[in-house]
Design a protein around this ligand. Structure first.
Ligand SMILES: Cc1cc2nc3c(=O)[nH]c(=O)nc-3n(C[C@H](O)[C@H](O)[C@H](O)COP(=O)(O)OP(=O)(O)OC[C@H]3O[C@@H](n4cnc5c(N)ncnc54)[C@H](O)[C@@H]3O)c2cc1C
Length: 489
């Protein structure tokens, strides 16, 4: 089943394919697996970057091209972090971060730089739509054309907290505190609070309430009562305050060559960066001469003038800092953010055409849609831990509720929630966390610098946010290395 493409690829320990009765295979073939460098332990690096996701790759490329001596230490056996493209059964499957858009400024620049192209995911504009309603007991079949005007109207009502579609609260989505005092008020609100506020508009259309529930919790992958409303408004503003444009920007176009091709292109464009894979770090020590010593799980020590820590917010609490970080910083790290849910792909025995399905909480699948033209591949998403994607029968049962007649050939995916180096999927803050946590998380404690998609300003929680954060931290590290010790973000 493995193709000739695999000659350029190797197997990572991440991910699985489940063939039903024919068993489960752990590990997937991907071009994101790449050789480690032979690192001389006594080298004094300018910058040691922890993590080879897009934040780390951006920082490594930019710093190394400024002739900084850079080491990347990565826990996994591959690059790309919360993204990797698996090549299986003559298909490219994206296991994590997938969809990109020309209005995502940082990612689009990289697509242009490396001459990559985009391909459309079909199901976002599906003509056949399944809605699982009334606590999963009623299946309604309709079309996207029928649903869209109602969904757009409901989304407009939901987001219209100020009579101008949220523009006064989120006027500049790349500046989270652009409307300072107003942000304080709305940051306390959960997505559920806002749904409750407008609930009377659904009095004559209960189905629409359930569809809104499914759509909104698909975005946060978390119970709406635990998902911050401000992050919804940020997405909404980034989507130009309009539902169809938000769909297009978040789930319609993916990189034809695969997201791992972009990660590899960035790595290959670094100048003399050393990369150490399969090397989890466990502690970060600031030395008396204001250098940094990084200690790995297998006891190796690496020293640098600075370090950039790109470890995801939900697993950063596993790292020990000596001396400890500022109390407030450690507090917000310990709080974490929403953990997200599941993403998986299934290959069907028979094509089903262009299809999409929604099922609100507590259905194990919140949203699913076909990815390819014929409709033989479905991408599914589930909220929190409601679906164990490694359980073939559980996925089959949940999907059959939306599509009773389909037969699954295999399931392919990666369980990001139980991944010790991720602890969740994409970033979404809980109520109150933007105003109380974001600035603290972004604050550096030189020579320690922090960067991550989870703490970006604009497309936080997206690949674009990782690139933004990677680029921003490069400016701060350069200022520091050039002997400016006061960092103003
Ligand atoms: C299922 C899923 C779907 C998504 N869909 C989209 C999408 O369609 N579009 C989009 O733009 N974004 C999407 N995202 C989000 C996007 O992928 C992430 O926001 C982004 O890739 C994060 O980049 P990062 O470099 O900040 O973090 P990461 O990619 O998580 O990189 C951090 C790196 O640190 C490493 N690390 C962790 N702990 C240690 C340690 N102790 N020692 C050494 N290394 C360590 C990790 O292994 C990892 O490689 C999705 C994410 C997921 C999981």
């Amino acid at each position: 089943m493995e193709t000739r493409l695999n000659k350029l690829t190797s197997r990572t320990q991440d991910g699985f394919v489940h063939h039903g009765n024919n068993g489960l295979e752990n590990g997937l073939i991907t071009s994101a697996v790449t050789p480690s460098s032979l690192v001389t332990v006594n080298t004094n690096f300018d910058v040691i970057i922890i993590g080879a996701g897009f934040t780390g790759l951006m920082a490594a490329r930019e710093l190394s091209r400024r002739n900084r001596k850079v080491l990347i230490i990565e826990a996994r056996d591959r690059i790309g972090g919360r993204t990797f493209t698996s090549e299986f059964d003559n298909q490219k499957y994206e296991m994590g971060g997938t969809w990109v858009h020309w209005s995502q400024p940082h990612v689009w620049t990289e697509i242009t730089r490396y001459g990559l192209s985009i391909v459309e995911t079909q199901g976002v504009t599906a003509d056949r739509l399944s809605l699982l309603l009334d606590n999963g007991s009623r299946l309604k079949i309709t079309s996207m054309t029928n649903l869209l005007p109602q969904l757009c109207e409901s989304m407009n009502n939901y987001s219209n907290i100020d009579g101008v579609q949220g523009r006064t609260v989120m006027p500049l989505p790349h500046e989270p505190f652009g409307a300072n005092e107003v942000i304080q008020t709305y940051d306390k609100m959960s997505m559920q609070d806002r749904l409750d506020q407008i609930s009377t508009i659904f009095n004559n259309n209960k189905d629409m309430y359930e569809i809104m529930d499914a759509y909104l919790s698909m975005n946060s992958q978390c119970k709406l009562s635990e998902s911050g409303f401000i992050d919804h408004l940020r997405w909404w503003a980034l989507g130009d305050y309009e539902t169809c444009r938000l769909f297009d920007k978040t789930s319609r176009y993916k990189i034809t060559e695969g997201i791992s091709t972009l990660a590899k292109a960035m790595l290959n464009d670094c100048h003399n960066v050393q990369l150490l894979l399969s090397t989890p770090i466990i502690s970060i020590n600031r030395t008396n001469d204001n250098n940094v010593t990084i200690c790995t799980q297998n006891g190796q020590l690496f020293t640098g003038r600075t370090t950039i820590i790109t470890i995801p917010l939900n697993t950063l609490h596993n790292i020990e800092f000596f001396p400890p970080l500022k109390l407030e910083k450690q507090r917000v790290i310990n709080e974490q953010q929403c953990r997200g849910g599941s993403k998986f792909a299934v290959k069907l025995e028979e094509p089903i055409g262009n299809w999409c399905g929604y099922a609100p909480y507590p259905n194990p699948i919140t949203m699913a849609f076909t990815d390819d033209k014929e409709g033989t591949i479905i991408i599914g998403f589930g909220m929190e831990d409601l679906l164990d994607i490694r359980d073939f029968d559980a996925v089959k049962l949940a999907l059959n509720k939306l599509l009773p007649d389909i037969k699954i050939k295999y399931i392919i995916g990666h369980d990001w929630r139980s991944d010790p180096y991720t602890g969740g999927t994409w970033g979404w803050y809980r109520p109150g966390q933007i105003t109380s946590n974001l600035l603290t998380l972004q604050e550096h404690e030189p020579p320690l610098f922090f960067a991550s998609s989870d703490t970006a300003n604009g497309w936080r929680g997206f690949i674009d946010g990782a690139l933004e954060s990677g680029l921003t931290v490069v400016r701060h590290v350069e200022q520091y290395l050039n002997k400016e010790s006061t960092i103003n973000i």
